[in-house]
Design a protein around this ligand. Structure first.
Ligand SMILES: Cc1cc2nc3c(=O)[nH]c(=O)nc-3n(C[C@H](O)[C@H](O)[C@H](O)COP(=O)(O)OP(=O)(O)OC[C@H]3O[C@@H](n4cnc5c(N)ncnc54)[C@H](O)[C@@H]3O)c2cc1C
Length: 96
């Protein structure tokens, strides 16, 4: 997708993501055309950083996750199942 990758604070604190990539109150404010939040809860401190995004999508395995109240499209699934399917579809689309 040629997308930029952002992160939440726990991902940064655990060393999974570069501190520069953190989005939110203590990080970056972003405003892409499409934001896909994968496995994140939708806490205010993160969400303030994405308020300028045009279309927001969330993938979370908890149907009651707060993020679903704040996005345009919600996908209830385990991201380990969903993301490989999505990337495969994108590859097919790009090669076709
Ligand atoms: C003063 C202050 C400033 C802060 N500033 C920031 C900031 O700038 N940016 C920021 O991001 N945070 C910030 N935080 C932290 C913020 O409050 C939240 O703790 C943080 O955003 C939560 O990150 P998370 O959604 O990744 O983690 P969690 O809240 O732990 O959520 C993880 C989510 O992933 C879902 N999940 C788990 N496994 C799967 C799976 N296999 N498939 C799909 N979904 C799954 C769970 O259902 C859950 O909803 C700040 C906090 C404070 C106190």
């Amino acid at each position: 997708m040629n997308a930029a990758i952002g992160s939440t604070r726990p991902a940064m604190d655990n060393g999974w993501a570069d501190p520069e990539s953190m989005i939110g109150q203590s990080g970056k404010m972003i405003c892409p055309d499409l934001y896909i939040g994968i496995g994140l809860s939708g806490e205010l401190q993160h969400m303030v950083g994405i308020s300028g995004c045009r279309i927001m999508v969330a993938v979370n395995n908890d149907p009651k996750a707060t993020i679903f109240e704040q996005v345009d499209f919600g996908i209830v699934d385990d991201c380990r199942q969903f993301i490989p399917l999505l990337t495969e579809k994108i590859r097919q689309h790009r090669s076709g």
